[in-house]
Design a protein around this ligand. Structure first.
Ligand code: HEM
Length: 143
């Protein structure tokens, strides 16, 4: 991403990043197969786990990871740091049996959430999609 694209993506993300629990709940609602991969949440009603400390903790981990990557975006000097973080994420998730299709589901659900909760023009959408394409190229090469 160039610096302008990174600013657009961060601007959208800043509007939703405090809604960690709602983001994870939206992902699980749209794609129960993702929820089923979590030992702590598999087989349970979303409503029964959504208010738990475990749910908040995991939601915060995901959101913090995305914030960390976005803080490094838009600067070629920090591209290697992004590569390292994302490669580690890919390897952790590969070891858990997460599939490319599930990563694509996650992308679909997160994009829907952000586009509905931040101001979303064509320029923001294009930058957001470029960001996911870049990160998913790293992840899909490992899965
Ligand atoms: C754990 C982020 C997609 C399933 C984690 C952690 C982070 C994270 C930061 C905690 C650190 C770790 O243990 O690796 C993300 C991001 C995703 C993503 C940023 C997309 C870009 C997915 C998908 C699935 C998934 C699609 C399942 C289908 C899990 C599971 C854990 C985990 C099962 C372990 C939970 C536990 O410790 O009990 N994820 N994740 N993740 N993620 Fe993801």
């Amino acid at each position: 991403l160039d610096a302008d694209q990174a600013a657009l993506v961060r601007g959208a993300w800043d509007k939703v990043k405090h809604s960690e629990v709602e983001i994870l709940a939206a992902v699980f609602t749209a794609y129960p197969d993702i929820q089923a991969k979590f030992p702590k949440f598999a087989g349970k009603d979303l409503a029964s786990v959504k208010g738990s400390a475990d749910f908040a903790l995991h939601a915060t981990r995901i959101v913090s990871f995305i914030s960390e990557v976005l803080a490094l975006a838009g600067n070629s000097a920090t591209a290697p740091a992004i590569e390292t973080l994302v490669t580690e994420l890919a390897n952790n998730h590969k070891n858990r049996g997460v599939t490319k299709d599930q990563f694509t589901e996650f992308r679909t659900a997160l994009t829907k959430y952000v586009s509905s909760n931040a101001s979303w023009g064509d320029n923001v959408a294009a930058a957001w999609n470029q960001a996911f394409d870049n990160v998913y190229a790293i992840i899909f090469a490992k899965l």
